[in-house]
Design a protein around this ligand. Structure first.
Ligand code: PMP
Length: 405
């Protein structure tokens, strides 16, 4: 066990120097921060910078802190093409999803108690919906097709006169599959049904234009686009009409929707990271495409390899692969010190249970239990991908041979 202060002391640790650096292929769980975002963050922590409480408007320290929080809000809003005051800062996408779904359910239950979502959502949506079921709501969990996609028809068929909200993710965190939102959003708007989108995996990677797509609620998380962990936001279109009920009560910050002292440092870093992600969107996308091609070509050297999720409709930074006759947990453990990969969502680890996303796609047996997620990003190099691919192929071969002995 480390003591935190020894961890941060300037003396280099001997053991880590002599070891080869492990390769990080778990960007979908979280990304390292962009250096500029770190620097902005540091500026907001100490007496010399904007450390003050942004709600302390009786003095200049607070005023300056408030000013940069509002600049950050404005900058994020510009990229999403929405009004700055439609953004509510939260602790991340889990909280944004909870606020959107429970907040909507609480305030609109007189109109109806039916919610539509999908069986392949993130746990923060699934468990929130299951909680609402225990409170008397009815939830329809749509099943994606075998490639992880929903059609407009799937959504429309699930609607009833009681439906108040549809909640779907933009990009799946386990497969990278992109859900087309435009036509679904239009159809729901025509029917007066609110639409929530969990954009944790797509923000900063795919364009989202809220002036064109009629999404009512959109969840973002900074640590998926090179910002800090512990901050995100919820876009709320037309606060009066949406009339979300807050989950927390207190100081009245964030239009009364999310009280609590704002973490200036995290918010400012989030805005910087989001801007960089937006500016580099095409470059980062192409970089990941190139890495994905290399990795796919390498893995194809093995027999019994199966890629999960629609290859024509996915982000290139996430690759979900099943290896015949190799359990995901055995492979992940075997590679542990060299290549960091995951089985599905980080929020499920510890349990190492089979992926609910793949299950919802109808994937079973070996293909289900052998599925691993490799995800990479801006700082992953081609050399790392090649090395990781070689290590993965070697381990898969070794584990298969072991199974035969
Ligand atoms: N939704 C999706 C699609 C995610 O990938 C994640 C992170 N695994 C979350 C929600 C939760 O985000 P956060 O860690 O910011 O709470």
């Amino acid at each position: 066990m480390y003591l935190l202060d020894t961890l941060f002391s300037k003396t280099p640790s001997k053991s880590s120097d002599s070891m080869t650096k492990p390769i990080y292929l778990d960007y979908a769980a979280t990304t390292p921060m962009a250096q500029q975002a770190v620097e902005a963050m540091l500026h907001c922590l100490t007496l010399e910078g904007e450390f003050a409480n942004p709600a302390s408007l009786q003095h200049g320290f607070g005023e300056r802190a408030e000013k940069i929080v509002e600049q950050a809000r404005f900058q994020i809003a510009q990229i999403l093409n929405c009004k700055a005051n439609d953004l509510v800062f939260t602790s991340g996408a889990t909280e944004s999803n909870n606020l959107a779904i429970k907040g909507m359910a609480l305030s609109h239950q007189k109109r109806g108690k039916h919610i539509v979502t999908s069986a392949s959502e993130h746990k923060s949506v699934l468990d929130t919906c299951k909680y609402l079921e225990s409170q008397g709501f009815t939830v329809s969990f749509l099943r994606p097709d075998a490639q992880g996609v929903f059609s407009l028809q799937d959504v429309l068929q699930a609607l009833t006169d009681e439906t108040i909200l549809v909640s779907l993710m933009h990009v799946n965190n386990e497969t990278g599959v992109i859900q087309e939102l435009e036509t679904i959003a239009q159809a729901l708007q025509e029917r007066g049904i609110f639409f929530h989108v969990d954009a944790a995996q797509s923000a900063g990677k795919l364009p989202i234009d809220l002036s064109k797509t009629p999404i009512d609620l959109l969840s973002l998380s900074a640590h998926k686009f090179y910002g800090a962990k512990g901050v995100g936001c919820l876009y709320v279109r037309n606060r009066k009409k949406t009339a979300l009920a807050p989950l927390l009560h207190g100081g009245g910050q964030e239009f009364g929707l999310r009280p609590g002292t704002l973490p200036t440092h995290q918010i400012v870093a989030m805005a910087i990271a989001f801007k960089i992600a937006h500016q580099r969107m095409a470059a980062d996308f192409q970089h990941c495409q190139r890495l994905e091609q290399i990795l796919i070509a390498q893995l194809h050297q093995l027999d019994g390899v199966c890629f999960n999720g629609n290859p024509q409709q996915k982000l290139p930074n996430i690759l979900n692969v099943s290896f015949e006759n190799v359990g995901a947990d055995a492979l992940i453990i075997a590679l542990r010190d060299e290549v960091a990969i995951a089985s599905g969502s980080a929020c499920n680890t510890g349990a190492m249970e089979a992926s609910h996303v793949l299950r919802a796609m109808g994937i079973e047996g070996d293909r289900l239990y052998g599925a691993v997620r490799m995800s990479f990003g801006r700082y992953t190099t081609e050399a790392e991908i090649i090395q990781a691919g070689q290590r993965i192929c070697a381990e898969v071969t070794r584990l298969r041979q072991l199974a035969l002995e």
